[in-house]
Ligand binder design. Structure first.
Ligand SMILES: Cc1cc2nc3c(=O)[nH]c(=O)nc-3n(C[C@H](O)[C@H](O)[C@H](O)COP(=O)(O)O)c2cc1C
Length: 325
């Protein structure tokens, strides 16, 4: 089903969750090739954008193929949000700017007062949203957790809407809960009932059936998937086809996974010439694509022991050939 964030048209209800260290352009292009309706980048610090170095510039790189795309930023003060959002809107030209109000990581949330720490001060959160909205002429969205240590999602969502945000994504766990409890989808429903802007539901979608259940149970406008996509980009297409046409998902073979990994490697190499970064991305992605296959725990250990790309590919070829499916 088509929907919109501000004036940005989105073809279906499946959204890629922002994931630091994962959602680089290569990963996003793979996800887009599965038809993903809206792509989110990984979060980038507003301070880092102000003091732009080559690493930050590389993180901000995006291609037209990934559109519509939302660039996520995180920070703790209005001034850096204004400068960073203007810079991004003028230079990278994403379709949407997304503000992170969910990151639980100590360095981000506790030490610098960014990410989920903003949920402790809804007034400040609203001022930040308003200042970004006033700095750019593209839609601004916000991704929240349900609170810092207590659920205040509805209060924060109302303030965010009032401050001019065009949509809100809800990951219904507090910062305190990290990933230790199941996502409480009733909070997504509460937020949906409280605001008029589109609400994107997030948390614990592992199959197209979960996607449908979240839409049905919460009335949210779209669903956002994170961890389930790692090594399994097919889940995007499966969700779109199940939601839009009721089509049952097909099983993906180990050979298809290996071929997708090879495609992913080609994209990683197009984007970087840093051998250390490439080697790291190759091994982590190899482990993701092979997860849940027969004997994958053993193969994961071996993946991280390989020293060259050739060795890694030989290992995977032999492994995939040994599997029945
Ligand atoms: C490795 C990793 C990195 C993440 N990085 C971000 C991030 O940069 N920004 C953000 O808003 N959320 C981040 N998240 C949270 C996810 O976007 C998402 O809210 C969470 O994983 C719940 O969705 P899921 O159950 O579909 O994984 C990250 C999650 C993971 C696993």
């Amino acid at each position: 089903m088509k929907w919109k964030i501000g004036n940005v048209k989105i073809d279906n209800q499946v959204v890629l969750a922002p994931m630091a260290g994962i959602c680089d352009s290569a990963f996003r292009r793979i996800v887009k090739s599965m038809g993903c309706g809206l792509i989110e980048t990984e979060m980038v610090s507003t301070r880092a954008i102000m003091h732009l170095n080559s690493k930050t510039q590389e993180m901000l790189m995006m291609t037209d193929y990934e559109r519509p795309i939302a660039q996520q930023i995180f920070g703790s003060d209005q001034e850096s949000f204004e400068i960073a959002s203007k810079y991004i809107a003028e230079n990278m030209k994403p379709d949407i700017i997304d503000i992170n109000m969910g990151c639980p990581v100590t360095k981000v949330a506790v030490k610098s007062g960014a990410g989920s720490a903003l949920l402790k001060d809804p007034k400040k959160a609203g001022e930040i949203v308003e200042s970004v909205v006033n700095s750019v002429d593209i839609p601004v969205t916000v991704k929240i957790r349900s609170g810092w240590d207590e659920n205040n999602a509805v209060e924060v969502a109302r303030i965010i809407e009032k401050s001019g945000a065009s949509a809100i994504a809800v990951h219904p766990r507090t910062r305190h809960e990290r990933y230790d409890v199941n996502a409480d989808w009733s909070i997504i429903k509460d937020v949906k009932d409280a605001v008029s802007i589109p609400v994107i539901g997030n948390g614990d979608i592992w199959s197209c059936y979960d996607a449908k259940r979240m839409l049905d149970e919460t009335g949210c406008d779209a669903i956002m998937i994170g961890r389930a996509i790692l090594g399994n980009p097919w889940i995007i297409r499966q969700c779109i086809e199940y939601l839009d046409y009721g089509k049952e998902p097909e099983r993906v073979s180990s050979r298809e996974k290996f071929e997708m990994f090879k495609r992913h490697v080609r994209l990683i190499k197009q984007d970087s010439d840093n051998p250390k970064i490439i080697a790291h991305k190759l091994r982590t992605n190899a482990a993701y694509y092979m997860k849940n296959l027969h004997g994958s725990v053993e193969i994961k250990k071996k993946i991280f022991q390989t020293e060259t790309e050739e060795e890694l590919f030989e290992l995977l070829e032999e492994y995939v050939n040994s599997l029945r499916y």
